[in-house]
Design a protein around this ligand. Structure first.
Ligand SMILES: *Cc1c(COP(=O)(O)O)cnc(C)c1O
Length: 383
């Protein structure tokens, strides 16, 4: 182990998820794999080549930094798009490398044109439209000027896509807001097309939207969380199951997170365990130390709450989660040795700890829990 814990990435689980999503979509729809946040904690360097191997040819990231990491590992991919941040001094490299990027303000558009003119390059852009998320994107008024600029610089700009992002498609309570976003998007795209702008792709859908709003699948979707084997919310999972009249969850968890028993100790009845007085032994106890703490992505709010698996048994995290380690109540275990495998997320002996239950306990979303797994934990690919 390079670090005090390690992550396993299951190729067969990923392949199964990708096949499921592809089968759900029509064959002419392009599936773009969203790998921002270090591939939702799975590790860009490990995940991207693996996804490419199982049939993904398009990827989306948040920043230029992530895009360069993707390209370094998998230079032959078909499409790579940056949905968010590019520093001015990164823009030329982005354009030179043929990386596509969202354009959501005039400044970026003008900078890109300036670079392209100077170096005889062409920028591949996705025009992002404000439809109600109020995060990034051009408003209808701004679009008038922007389409002029694009029309005047046809030699330097390729309109690869027109897009927007939905404000919470995983939750039915956002239904009206989402519906209005869809209407607004359709209207803007129609206007742009009537003014002579044509786009190779049109995209609005994330994981939740392909299930809850299938009419916005268009010809390209940006799917993150589902390819990793998690539903965007229980609500989306329910909606899918009801629609399919099925009881079987088609998604498989790709990630497992494991460590080892570091130390063993007996504590007498009445003693306090760990920092402070959040836990007093009510009986004579046996405890094990595990070298994973909040600095490694194991949330501190799992103190006295979390569960791990050792020797096929589900055991309690006791006391507060420390920066670099935590303590487990192993009183009920018959045998345990230093070095025994500890499962933080994953399966062992028929038991399972899913990220969902893990993050319900710490009231984190799957998204947050996954993407907070540190970059320097060793990731290895398993069958
Ligand atoms: C993260 C993200 C997605 C993917 O969302 P999932 O819910 O993980 O499928 C799609 N589009 C944009 C703009 C995003 O930021």
């Amino acid at each position: 182990m390079k670090e005090t814990s390690y992550i396993e990435i299951s190729k067969s689980a990923l392949e199964s998820n990708i096949n499921f999503i592809k089968n759900y979509l029509n064959p002419e729809v392009e599936l773009v794999s969203v790998v921002k946040g270090n591939a939702y904690g799975h590790g860009i360097e490990e995940f991207v080549p693996l996804a490419h191997e199982v049939g993904i040819n398009s990827f989306a990231v948040f920043s230029a930094y992530e895009a360069f990491r993707v390209i370094k590992e998998t230079p032959k991919i078909g499409r790579l798009m940056i949905m968010g941040f590019i520093d001015d001094d990164e823009l030329q490299e982005v354009i030179t490398k043929g990386i596509e990027f969202f354009v959501y303000d005039q400044n970026r558009l003008l900078k890109a044109i300036e670079i392209c003119k100077k170096h005889q390059l062409v920028a591949k852009i996705h025009l992002e439209i404000e439809t109600g998320l109020n995060r990034t994107g051009f408003t209808t008024e701004e679009l008038n000027e922007v389409q002029e600029i694009i029309a005047q610089n046809k030699d330097y700009i390729v309109n690869v896509g027109v897009c927007s992002h939905l404000a919470g498609a995983e939750n039915i309570s956002n239904y009206y807001r989402i519906k209005n976003q869809i209407i607004s998007f359709q209207k803007s795209v129609k206007n742009l097309e009537q003014n002579g702008l044509n786009f190779e792709t049109k995209h609005l859908a994330c994981s939740a939207a392909i299930i809850n709003y299938p009419r916005v699948i268009y010809n390209l979707v940006r799917v993150g969380i589902m390819q990793y084997g998690f539903w965007p919310s229980n609500e989306v999972k329910m909606a899918f199951m009801v629609k399919q009249k099925s009881n079987e969850d088609p998604l498989k968890r790709v990630i497992s997170w494991k460590s080892k028993v570091m130390s063993l100790k007996k504590v007498s009845k009445g003693e306090y365990i760990g920092y402070g007085n959040s836990l007093q032994a009510e009986v004579d106890m046996k405890i094990a130390g595990v070298p994973v703490g909040y600095a490694h992505g194991f949330n501190r709010s799992l103190s006295n709450q979390g569960k791990v698996l050792i020797n096929g048994k589900r055991l309690d995290v006791i006391g507060v989660v420390n920066m670099n380690m935590m303590l487990i109540d192993i009183t009920s275990l018959e045998s345990i040795e230093i070095g025994d495998e500890v499962v933080l997320i994953g399966a062992q002996g028929g038991q399972n700890i899913s990220v969902a239950s893990f993050s319900d306990m710490s009231s984190q979303l799957n998204y947050e829990m996954l993407s907070r797994l540190p970059d320097d934990i060793n990731r290895k690919i398993i069958a």
